[in-house]
Write a protein that binds this ligand. Structure first.
Ligand SMILES: [Zn+2]
Length: 383
């Protein structure tokens, strides 16, 4: 059976030695420098001639000249420098095709990375170390083994706050659940989800996704660190080190959240054949967030990420994520009798149906309606 290869990225935390760290930093610096240098050349040409088109290979051919002029460029991974030039070429091409603004100069930031390529196994895993061109063997946390079918050509080395990472970008075949076919899906084995600011979602089974405690405590810590920052003098040493602390904490939280979203979406995808959700308008969500002053979770588009993960995980299994029209009044309808309470306020958490007298929890009622509507769409797609 032929399985379509899917794109995957595996990211691992690196534990470089001090000298490896220096080399990574040097590579980051040189990549940025080359990007900016070539951007200024491009900019000059463009100012002379508005129809100026970049040729990728002409730019790359300039690199040896630069290396002779600036020998320190020879100390770093030459592919990283090439990739930096290609990156600029693509940014300029996008601008030229009116897809984006004119490329801007890269600034030194707390988080950035460089790209290199795996050529003839130049980047490979050896026990608890990964071989990276020029940097050598770097200790890393091999927390999950790469699948046999995974092959990667592009590799990113990055620093976020004080942490270093390596990301392997490639393709793999997904075979684990071959036995599923489109025809043996069971509509009864389905779940409806209403997205909720406090819990990510509430389902029609009244289950909530439970945010892990460590995640909650990280969020509380972040709030307190940010309060501290607000009392510091901008630009002072204290301020800068506090800023770095916050960047690191953000990174930790992002990892915890990612882990949590992956686990939750995997659980749902494994368990259910159909998952029914609202077609979320994220802009609308953040507006709602402001109204509710609750949005710790939604602030970073966790819903969007979660929906995405859920979608592809279900698709791997030939299962379905079904989105209910965003104008479907999932909160206003009584899931018992169908009465529509048009004056339901956003802040109302529970209500009693004036028609049938059933008491509703807002989120749970919405989840039931979303599931009902989703089932109707599957059984009767024409109306
Ligand atoms: Zn009712």
């Amino acid at each position: 059976m032929y399985m379509k290869p899917i794109k995957r990225t595996y990211r691992f935390r690196l534990y470089p030695t001090t000298s490896q760290k220096d080399l990574i930093e040097k590579t980051l610096g040189c990549s940025r420098w080359v990007y900016n240098e070539f951007l200024s050349i491009t900019k000059k040409e463009y100012e002379k001639d508005r129809n100026y088109k970049i040729n990728k290979y002409d730019l790359i051919k300039l690199l040896p000249e630069y290396k002779d002029k600036y020998p320190y460029l020879k100390e770093v991974d030459s592919i990283a420098l090439q990739q930096s030039v290609i990156h600029l070429y693509e940014a300029y091409r996008n601008f030229f095709r009116h897809n984006s603004d004119f490329p801007v100069f890269k600034k030194k930031k707390n988080d950035y990375g460089y790209i290199t390529m795996n050529i003839n196994n130049s980047i490979r895993i050896i026990g608890n170390e990964i071989q990276i061109p020029k940097i050598g063997r770097v200790k890393f946390v091999y927390h999950r083994h790469l699948p046999e079918s995974f092959s990667y050509s592009t590799v990113a080395v990055s620093r976020i706050g004080k942490y270093y990472y390596v990301s392997l970008l490639g393709e793999e075949e997904y075979q684990e659940y071959q036995e599923y076919s489109k025809d043996n899906l069971d509509l009864a084995n389905s779940i409806g989800l209403d997205f909720s600011l406090a819990n990510l979602f509430v389902s029609d089974y009244k289950t909530k996704s439970n945010m892990p405690k460590y995640y909650e405590s990280s969020l509380a810590k972040l709030a307190s660190e940010q309060r501290k920052l607000s009392h510091m003098v901008k630009g002072s040493n204290n301020y800068n080190s506090q800023l770095l602390r916050i960047t690191n904490l953000h990174e930790r939280i992002a990892n915890q959240r990612k882990d949590y979203l992956h686990k939750t979406s995997r659980y749902l995808a494994n368990k259910y054949d159909y998952v029914f959700v609202e077609d979320l308008d994220l802009k609308e969500m953040s507006k709602r967030k402001e109204e509710l002053k609750l949005g710790i979770f939604v602030s970073d588009l966790a819903f969007g990420t979660f929906l995405n993960q859920l979608k592809y995980k279900l698709e791997w299994l030939n299962k379905k994520l079904v989105k209910v029209d965003k104008y479907f009044p999932s909160s206003q309808l009584c899931s018992e009798c169908g009465y529509r309470k048009t004056d339901l306020l956003l802040k109302t958490k529970s209500w009693i149906c004036p028609n049938c007298g059933v008491k509703h929890n807002r989120d749970h009622n919405a989840a039931v309606n979303i599931k009902k509507e989703g089932m109707r769409m599957i059984l009767n797609p024409s109306n």
